[in-house]
Design a protein around this ligand. Structure first.
Ligand code: ZN
Length: 317
């Protein structure tokens, strides 16, 4: 049997999966992200991994990486959070070390690809995947293929400016969506006294636990706490503003939302759907579906396997 090794490098851990050519997962596990702190450490770890897994016959390696990737050249410009990875010809190095064909792309592009083939994107033709976490990531599938843009860096929905002026973002831009609804910002808001003081329930939890989490806000919202409900409405409206523009611009038929912040569930999705339906152009918005991601933490690994499979066949996806 032929297998593909899929590796999805995230901010806190690395997910590894073994799939066959039908994308059935045989193994799925995590490694600490420190093991990939720089390319030479990563190579040693991959060689050990291949040795440990030598009962599988790997025909390809697929990598999802959090950063700017030139998919065609197999080249990494840089990775977010992993400083040892600048200007690396990863495919060339890895193919030389392992003798196995290697394919790589941006992690959110591959999560989108995974969802498109196997998850909440099944049956869609044009879709956007949004990941809501520490960062706000985006991956586009247009006409059944990843849309990478002119410099292979398209899809940066988190860096869509929400206003004409505002705080400077790490990307160099100003007032980016991510600086309004990224995890860090949301955590700062909910732990600000002027915020939680408006709710007796949240003030009580804050006093008891010392720190409020987004899950606390979600649980409070489910109990009917007005402040919590309004908090998620506000997040939904900011995200909805950008997504309305995306639907009008690209006429996508589906938007899939994943990442930890999406666990707010209906508190986020109901006002988000309502906002988009109300604001979007009629024809483009008629059938657009806003769904929660279906593959959870496996989307990136499966996407990496799908990319590698099509790469082996000489197809660009
Ligand atoms: Zn930005």
């Amino acid at each position: 049997m032929k297998y593909i090794l899929g590796i999805d490098v995230g901010g806190t851990n690395i997910k590894v999966g073994i799939a066959d050519y039908k994308f059935k997962l045989y193994k799925f596990f995590s490694l600490p992200v420190e093991e990939f702190s720089n390319p030479s450490r990563a190579i040693s770890r991959i060689l050990i991994l291949l040795d440990e897994l030598n009962k599988y016959n790997f025909f390809a390696l697929g990598f999802g990486l959090p950063g700017l990737i030139n998919y065609r050249k197999g080249y990494i410009h840089y990775l977010v959070n992993l400083k040892g990875w600048k200007n690396v010809y990863w495919r060339k190095i890895l193919e030389k070390e392992t003798g196995i064909r290697t394919f790589l792309d941006n992690d959110v592009n591959l999560a989108a690809l995974g969802e498109y083939f196997l998850g909440a994107g099944k049956g869609s033709k044009n879709m956007l995947m949004v990941t809501l976490g520490t960062g706000v990531g985006g991956g586009l599938i247009l006409n059944g293929k990843i849309y990478r843009g002119s410099t292979y860096s398209a899809g940066e929905i988190g860096h869509f400016p929400l206003k004409a002026s505002g705080s400077r973002c790490s990307c160099g831009g100003v007032a980016c969506l991510e600086s309004y609804i990224g995890n860090k910002k949301l955590m700062r808001i909910i732990n600000t006294r002027s915020f939680y003081i408006k709710s007796q329930l949240l003030s009580r939890i804050k006093r008891k636990k010392g720190k409020l989490t987004l899950e606390d806000i979600t649980l409070a919202g489910r109990k009917g706490d007005t402040l919590a409900i309004e908090f998620w409405e506000d997040v939904a409206h900011k995200l909805g503003q950008i997504l309305t523009g995306v639907v009008n611009l690209l006429d996508v038929d589906r938007i899939i939302i994943g990442g930890g912040v999406a666990n707010a569930g209906q508190l986020l999705f109901v006002p988000l759907r309502k906002f988009i339906k109300k604001r979007v152009m009629k024809l483009q918005g008629r059938d657009v579906k806003i769904s929660k991601a279906g593959l959870r933490e496996k989307a990136g690994v499966l996407g990496a396997c799908i990319l590698a499979y099509h790469g082996l066949k000489g197809r660009q996806i």
